[in-house]
Design a protein around this ligand. Structure first.
Ligand code: PLP
Length: 358
């Protein structure tokens, strides 16, 4: 599969690029996209970079009815030296294949997908914004395309990668957010699909988010689906707490999504010699730690924000404030270090960056 050639068809109608300082999230798309098809018996075929355009799919396609689809999210940055950098993209491709496995979807060649991604980025390189904090958001995804109303895995699929220049997540500095602890809805359960990046998990989470937002919170803190006791994630991010000098994050349990930012934060803390532990942590323990005065910092981690500090939590109308509602020293240091590595400002002792040659 490694030597498969990727055909390219260039757009005849390049779009007007937005100003780097006018960008939002996920609203504007570049001139090209990567596509590749799967047919049972034939495998993946026809990897191509083609003009970005709407696609035609049969209304009976399995993806529309039973949600057989998986996705990824990562970013590319352009450095001051005009180098194009990706952050651990091989991890995203591995995870996409793990999600595939969970949804009964066919394994793809990760090297070929990365080659397709690099080719696409090279072609749309001028779309990468260069204002501080901006980036090119990359959305690989796979959809089940077979027209069939029976509940069964599709025999045909399409793999696509689209690109979207995005604005800075933090335009006015990093402001800690207010979080509602969710005690009614659950995001995922052990044995379910929580550890896969698949559409249904996000559709199912929107209700809780809507209720929380109406009450003035930015996200919900998800508890486990069985006992409503143990902390799992915050919104669509993993979550970390600093208690008495020690950093704790919920251990992977089959319902938590294994974030690449999470993994990077753990590796970075270990590198710094700061104790970091993956274990169960209950919401009761967290509130108890706050009462004892040892809850020092709390933050979410994910590709979009990198680090999202938590300033306030509300659980059954019981509110607590973390670090006076300000970003913690360690949270800030992690944020600066990871974004520094991503954007080429810092050394990369871990080999996390991939340079896209062009
Ligand atoms: C994508 C995602 C994350 C974060 O993963 P990253 O690889 O760090 O971006 C965490 N939780 C959920 C539910 C997610 O979908």
């Amino acid at each position: 599969m490694g030597n498969v050639s990727i055909e390219t068809i260039m757009t005849q109608e390049p779009k007007v690029k937005p100003e780097s300082n006018q960008l939002a999230f996920g609203t504007v798309f570049t001139d090209h996209m990567f596509t590749m098809d799967y047919t049972e018996g034939r495998g993946w075929h026809d990897p191509m970079v083609v003009p970005y355009e709407p696609i035609t799919i049969d209304p009976a396609a399995i993806v529309f009815h039973y949600g057989q689809t998986v996705f990824e999210g990562l970013k590319a940055y352009v450095t001051e030296e005009d180098e194009v950098l990706l952050f651990r993209p091989e991890e995203n491709m591995k995870r996409l294949n793990r999600s595939n496995e969970r949804l009964c979807m066919p394994h793809f060649d990760e090297e070929l997908a990365l080659e397709g991604l690099r080719k696409l980025i090279r072609i749309d390189k001028d779309w990468i914004p260069n204002v501080a904090g901006t980036s090119l958001y990359i959305r690989p995804f796979i959809i089940a395309t077979q027209p069939y109303l029976g509940v069964a895995p599709s025999k045909t699929y399409r793999f696509m990668i689209i690109l979207s220049p995005v604005g800075a997540y933090y335009k006015e500095g990093i402001n800690p957010v207010k979080i509602a602890v969710e005690s009614e809805f659950v995001r995922a359960v052990k044995g379910g699909t929580g550890s896969a990046k698949t559409a249904g998990n996000y559709a199912g989470a929107m209700k809780a988010q809507e209720v929380a937002e109406a009450k003035g919170y930015s996200q919900v803190l998800w508890l486990d689906g069985k006992e409503h006791k143990y902390i799992e994630e915050v919104g669509a991010m993993n979550v970390f707490f600093k208690l008495n000098g020690e950093v704790i994050t919920p251990e992977l349990n089959g319902s938590i999504l294994e974030g690449i930012t999470r993994k990077s934060v753990i590796e970075l803390l270990q590198y710094w010699g700061i104790p970091v532990i993956e274990r169960k942590i209950s919401i009761e323990e967290l509130y108890e730690a706050h009462r004892a005065g040892i809850l020092e910092e709390a933050f979410g981690t994910g590709t979009a924000a990198v680090i999202s500090p938590i300033g306030e939590l509300s659980w059954l109308d019981n509110k607590i404030t973390v670090n006076n509602g300000e970003i913690g020293t360690l949270s800030k240091k992690i944020y600066d270090t990871i974004t520094g590595i991503q954007t080429g400002k810092f050394e990369d002792p871990f080999g996390w960056r991939m340079t896209v040659e062009y």
